[in-house]
Design a protein around this ligand. Structure first.
Ligand code: ZN
Length: 152
């Protein structure tokens, strides 16, 4: 178990980064126990940390508890090559609850991390200068008609 020790967790339940896929309703997590990507249907808004039942086939001891997923804006495809996936024979061993030096090496490798994003610029569009307020569009004064001199 020493290969997997720098784990983030909440209340003893692992906290994994969620990566986006082509399916907007889905989130993908890298699982270093199974050496596989687990895909989940989003159970909440894509910016909210939520609890998911584990999709693990390697069945680590927290299998029954599941894990937290913290969604990020990083696409799975962007970090896919950093995931050391199990080969078929390694997956068979993992499923049987066994391990192997090559499996332990992959489990100890750094995990895919969300990519740093530049801070989002405020999307406020510059407001158009307000046009000068017009005055009333109708005359408010009436022409004064000069009084006629009184007839003598
Ligand atoms: Zn797993």
């Amino acid at each position: 178990m020493s290969a997997v020790n720098d784990e983030r967790s909440i209340g003893g339940v692992p906290l994994l980064y969620g990566f986006t896929t082509l399916n907007a309703m889905e989130v993908a997590v890298w699982c270093k126990h199974c050496l596989a990507w687990h895909h989940h249907r989003l159970v909440g808004p894509p910016n909210v940390l939520s609890y998911y039942e584990a999709h693990c086939y390697a069945r680590p001891n927290w299998h029954d508890r599941g894990y937290w997923i913290e969604p990020t804006s990083t696409r799975m495809a962007e970090v896919f090559k950093e995931s050391k996936r199990a080969r078929v024979w390694e997956a068979r061993r993992l499923a049987a609850g066994k391990t192997h030096p090559s499996i332990r090496r992959k489990q100890a490798a750094p995990e895919p991390q969300p990519l740093p994003r530049p801070p989002e610029k405020p999307t406020k569009t510059p407001r158009k200068p307000r046009r000068k307020a017009y005055g009333p569009r109708w005359p408010t004064t009436y022409p004064q008609v000069p009084e006629e001199p009184e007839e003598a």
